[in-house]
Ligand binder design. Structure first.
Ligand code: C5P
Length: 242
């Protein structure tokens, strides 16, 4: 796979026009575009069609589904009908929720004679630290062990991978197998601002650690020259992984 296809650009904008403009400008520098809850809930499902019409080949719907199995299965079928390439669900919804969503998505894809989307598990949100895990959620495990446990549960339920920091990618691959995908946010080239991300890692380090896909937002989308920021990142990873 060409290394630029491993980049997923986060369309963290409010309007359809901004999203479409970003796709037109950056479509040749990425493998996919990520539509999150703000954009999806602001515009509605038609945003998927709009960004596809603008040239986005693959869409990651970052909808983080979490509900009873029957409801998440329905949402998964709808994601298949929208033609997304990847979507995610919370692993903490449990094995039955994940498994029934996977079965529903695969059934719907078969009915439509299309490839099923990749289904990725959200383990522990990066906004939740060890203290919150213990004091509010009453989960007494070590945070890293808990992430690993959830990744393993996602694998058992048949998900294709998890969202995780590149720092955890190696342990996840060791435990869940090298084919189990690790999709990594918090990416910052050394020359870009960290913004509000704390545990950041460079694109090259993330690939080195075993991440399969790199979610990159502001390092590209807030750059004064977005194309040159994307080109610089691609050149860096191509140089490091010839
Ligand atoms: O601008 P930046 O590169 O920090 O954007 C990262 C993207 O990845 C955002 O869309 C953010 O919501 C998402 N994300 C994250 N951390 C997670 C999961 C998703 O930053 N644990």
């Amino acid at each position: 796979m060409a290394l630029r296809k491993k980049i997923i650009i986060a369309l963290d904008v409010k309007t359809e026009e901004q999203a479409v403009d970003l796709v037109k400008e950056l479509k040749d520098y990425t493998g996919a575009f990520k539509i999150g809850l703000e954009l999806f809930n602001s515009i509605g499902p038609r945003i998927i069609e709009s960004v596809k019409d603008a040239g986005a080949e693959r869409i990651f719907l970052d909808g983080k589904f979490h509900d009873i199995p029957n409801t998440v299965s329905g949402a998964a079928r709808a994601a298949v009908r929208m033609g997304v390439w990847m979507f995610n669900i919370h692993v903490s919804g449990g094995f039955d929720m994940m498994e029934s969503a996977r079965l529903a998505a695969h059934e719907e894809a078969e009915r439509l004679k299309i490839d099923p989307p990749l289904m990725i598990g959200v383990t522990v949100l990066t906004s939740i630290g060890q203290d919150t895990l213990h004091s509010q959620l009453k989960i007494n495990s070590d945070l890293n062990d808990y992430v690993l446990h959830l990744a393993e549960l996602a694998r058992q339920a048949g998900l294709d991978g998890v969202i995780a920091s590149a720092r955890e990618a190696k342990r996840i691959k060791e435990s869940c197998g090298s084919d189990f995908l690790v999709v990594t946010p918090g990416i910052r080239p050394s020359w870009a601002s960290a913004n509000d991300q704390i545990r950041i890692i460079t694109p090259h380090e993330a690939l080195e650690n075993g991440s399969d896909y790199l979610i990159i937002g502001r390092a590209i989308t807030s750059a004064s020259n977005k194309v040159s920021a994307a080109e610089k990142i691609i050149a860096e990873i191509e140089l490091a992984h010839p």
